[in-house]
Design a protein around this ligand. Structure first.
Ligand SMILES: *[C@@H]1O[C@H](CO)[C@@H](O)[C@H](O)[C@H]1NC(C)=O
Ligand SMILES: *[C@@H]1O[C@H](CO)[C@@H](O)[C@H](O)[C@H]1NC(C)=O
Ligand SMILES: *[C@@H]1O[C@H](CO)[C@@H](O)[C@H](O)[C@H]1NC(C)=O
Length: 271
């Protein structure tokens, strides 16, 4: 994101009246998005106006949170469809959708990828569970990559069938709960995946998230997207179920007993 320095900003406004300059300085309007337009309107020179417009565009990008974009007017993508798109809603049955996806891949031998688009707000847990149920397909393996959001602000992943990914044997593990902050989690993963200056000895290529439940799944998927933008590298992830042993209530009462429950694993590799 380009930033607009104070001196450049004032340079662009040098033809404005001193009154305006004083007003701008006094109100620290520099921090507000209104002053560049105000400045552009108040100047007479076309050159200055154009320059101000450019400064405005460069220095004050409209940062629209994905949630905001979704609640606003629906914007259609301006690019043709590259891979077939499947919508995942929060009422989709992940199990049925996974069955449909693997059937569609099996019926179309030339199909290598599909885009899954999360429809219905930022409720992405159904998408993560769909990817997990796909791992039950005995005839194929699936990996996914984060796609940049389009103008509609929807979360998207591109699903690939039978694309091998080389994962680390001893990935760093993160356990996710519904309380996990996806941004902090993304930074923690990034520090594992991205080497410091020149030192690659302690740098991993794979990290794994372990979680149970919808809220945790939502945070995990947002964290993977955040990681993609933070690390600025291609990341590929695989989702699957794993049995984990937890003590039964009897075990807590000091009698022997462990029971197994499925947990969801997201294995993320910097590819
Ligand atoms: C996905 O949802 C969007 C908006 O609801 C709709 O326009 C589009 O046709 C849907 N695509 C498919 C493949 O169902
Ligand atoms: C795949 O093909 C079979 C046989 O033609 C059909 O019964 C099934 O519905 C197809 N599955 C999908 C997901 O299109
Ligand atoms: C599912 O999405 C719809 C909007 O498409 C929303 O109104 C509804 O509250 C969501 N349900 C849940 C359980 O999040």
């Amino acid at each position: 994101m380009a930033t607009c320095s104070r001196s450049r900003g004032f340079h662009g406004c040098k033809r404005t009246s001193s009154l305006l300059l004083a007003a701008v300085a006094l109100s620290a309007a520099w921090r507000t998005p209104v002053w560049p337009q105000f400045c552009a309107l108040a100047t007479s020179s076309r050159w200055t106006r154009t320059r101000n417009c450019q400064l405005h565009k460069l220095g004050r990008p409209a940062i629209v949170a994905p949630e905001r974009a979704i609640s606003g007017a629906r914007q259609l993508p301006r690019i043709g469809q590259i891979f077939p798109i499947a919508n995942v809603t929060n009422s989709s049955s992940p199990k049925l959708l996974a069955g449909w996806l693997s059937g569609t891949f099996a019926n179309n031998s030339g199909l290598v990828g599909m885009d899954l688009c999360s429809v219905g707000g930022n409720r992405n847990s159904a998408l993560l569970y769909t990817l997990a149920y796909l791992s039950n397909d005995k005839d194929a393996s699936y990996v996914s990559q984060i796609l940049p959001r389009q103008r509609d602000g929807r979360f998207r992943v591109r699903l690939f069938r039978n694309v091998p990914v080389e994962e680390d044997a001893d990935p760093e593990l993160f356990t996710i709960s519904s309380q996990t902050d996806h941004q902090k989690l993304a930074w923690a993963m990034r520090s594992q995946l991205r080497p410091g200056s020149g030192d690659t000895r302690h740098c991993k290529s794979t990290v794994q998230l372990r979680l149970v439940g919808r809220e945790a799944a939502e945070q995990a998927l947002l964290a993977v997207e955040e990681l993609y933008w933070r690390i600025r590298r291609e990341i590929t992830f695989r989702v699957f179920f794993e049995e984990r042993s937890i003590p039964t209530d009897e075990a807590r009462k000091d009698t022997a007993g462990m029971e197994t429950k499925p947990q969801l694993v997201v294995s993320i590799t910097s590819t």
